[in-house]
Design a protein around this ligand. Structure first.
Ligand code: NAD
Ligand code: UGA
Length: 455
């Protein structure tokens, strides 16, 4: 099939590359970001995602030729299906900003010359399909066409995770097809012909709610576990063991039960907020997700409470002058995405609490530093930050280390060396990734979800 994909971010690019590769569809990916499209045309991958660059180079090659990139909406005119995969960020009141999706609609409507099938791959609330159709119909009406053009909108939400996006796309748990007309459904089933047994067909609105309900439920699992942290700490209970004992029940499952410094990333926070907003604006308050959100904000403070426990100076009401080393900046390992990263929130909150704190940061994907620098400049805290070349460099002279992202590389660090390099001995492991007994003999070790052993 001839498929047009709008937006070459995590979802659009991965979808394009994978549909070209596995299903041998003819793909054109459109983006308004000219620099990105130029990079993609020359085989440069603008985001880090394991396996993506290799596939991009392969599928982009002349002999394959199934994957093309463009900034022109005219290249969408001959497509059997157009997939919209642009951002749907959160507005201040929690609602979803649909302007990117609606802009796509306006631009599609300016160029199409025949009946057109559009599917929304972006995460967008119930009602978005109607809004998109209305905008497209308005522009088509303004064009004073001699013949009518019909536009059919469906929903095909995406469930990939960053860090394993290619793997998730190629091995989906399910593919949700939300269509209110039979032709859209048939076309989507043809696109996913290699995954027929994974396709679940429903109507447009249900498909859109499936996406929000799935993300919100996963976020709820995380917040449920995180809500037990204070109680476990006060009573010397090992939450890791509790979670193991719960998760082995197949009705509960062991996934998304890992305690941590709150969920981050470009999706859970905004999707929880959006579902809350939608439900609250149409019916009543939605206590479950309000609590999930609140617990998440509290969970993000876990590392800071430990720093305060250790370094608060009663005389000044501030922290003692300290250097903090932060291991990990991305919201999860195997990505360079720092959107809504708990690590960044922790850094900002630490400096907010005491502006004299020095923070040394290290992330294995140091490419994130570019995005970070401009973020810290905007927040006016750039002067507090020192960018480190590696974890040892970050540990040098630090009073405290805080592990914020569970990069597996950190497990290979020589802890004797780390300890010798540090000025202090406080080690805050907010991902509980290290050996508890060993680390407790080496450091004043705080491991999330485990009792604090006093050395
Ligand atoms: P992203 O921010 O990485 O990429 C969006 C791209 O769309 C950008 O390259 C931008 O330049 C482009 N764009 C914006 N407006 C455009 C327009 N009018 N025409 C053409 N291009 C335009 O976004 P993302 O992370 O891929 O997320 C996209 C959507 O998919 C969101 O709704 C998100 O919630 C959802 N989603 C994301 C993930 C994920 O892991 N990131 C997973 C599942 C679903
Ligand atoms: C999430 C969903 O898992 C995907 O299915 C969905 O498609 C995507 O959102 C989306 O809609 O964008 P993603 O945000 O990439 O994927 O990453 P996750 O692995 O879900 O992690 C999200 C956050 O939860 C991270 O900050 C992670 O550290 C945290 N987390 C995850 C925990 O704190 N504990 C866990 O047990 C699992």
């Amino acid at each position: 099939m001839k498929i047009g994909i709008i937006g070459t971010g995590y979802v659009g690019l991965v979808t394009g590359v994978c549909l070209a590769r596995n299903c041998k569809h003819d793909i054109v990916c459109i983006d308004i970001n000219e620099e990105k499209i130029e990079q993609l045309k020359s085989g440069i991958c603008p985001i880090f995602e394991p396996g993506l660059k290799t596939l991009l180079l392969k599928e982009n090659s002349e002999e394959n030729g199934y994957l093309n990139f463009s900034t022109s909406y005219f290249d969408l005119c001959d497509r059997d299906m157009i997939m919209i995969a642009v951002g749907t960020p959160q507005r201040e009141n929690g609602s979803t900003d649909l302007s990117y999706i609606l802009d796509c609609g306006k631009q599609i409507a300016q160029v199409i010359t025949k009946d057109t099938y559009i599917t929304i791959k972006s995460t967008a609330p119930v009602g978005t399909a109607d809004k998109l159709k209305n905008i497209i119909d308005d522009v088509l009406a303004d064009r004073n066409l001699e013949y009518p053009i019909n536009v059919y909108i469906s929903s095909n939400p995406e469930f990939l995770k960053e860090g394993s996006a290619i793997e998730d796309f190629l091995n989906p748990a399910r593919i949700v097809i939300g269509a209110d007309d039979s032709e859209s459904k048939e076309r989507l089933l043809t696109i996913y012909q290699d995954y027929k047994d994974k396709c679940f067909c429903t109507d447009v609105k249900s498909a859109q709610l499936i996406k929000y309900a799935a993300n919100s439920f996963l976020a709820t699992k995380i917040s449920f576990v995180n809500s037990l942290i204070p109680y476990c700490e006060q009573n010397g209970i090992n939450l890791q063991d509790v979670v193991y004992g719960m998760g082995t029940d197949p009705r509960i499952g062991d996934k998304f039960l890992k305690p941590g410094p709150g969920y981050g990333g470009s999706c859970f926070p905004k999707d929880v907020a959006s579902l809350c907003y939608e439900i609250q604006s149409t019916s009543s308050s939605y206590e479950i997700l309000d609590s999930v959100n609140l617990i998440n904000r509290r969970s993000k403070h876990w590392p800071i409470t430990k720093v305060i426990d250790e370094f608060y100076d009663d005389n000044t009401g501030k922290l003692k002058p300290i250097t903090v080393a932060i291991f990990g900046l991305a919201f999860k390992p195997y990505t360079d995405d720092i959107r809504c990263s708990s690590s960044i929130d922790c850094i900002v909150d630490l400096i907010d609490f005491d502006s004299s704190t020095t923070i040394k940061v290290f992330d294995p994907l140091s490419k994130t530093y570019d995005a970070l620098k401009s973020y810290f400049e905007r927040a006016n805290i750039e002067n507090n930050i020192i960018y480190s070349d590696d974890a040892y460099d970050a540990a040098y002279n630090a009073d405290v280390i805080i592990v914020m992202t569970d990069w597996p590389q950190f497990l290979a660090l020589n802890m004797n060396k780390i300890k010798c390099l540090m000025k202090g001995d406080v080690f805050i492991d907010s991902r509980s990734m290290f050996d508890y007994d060993y680390m407790s003999t080496m450091f004043n070790y705080y491991s999330i979800g485990k009792p604090h052993k006093v050395k």
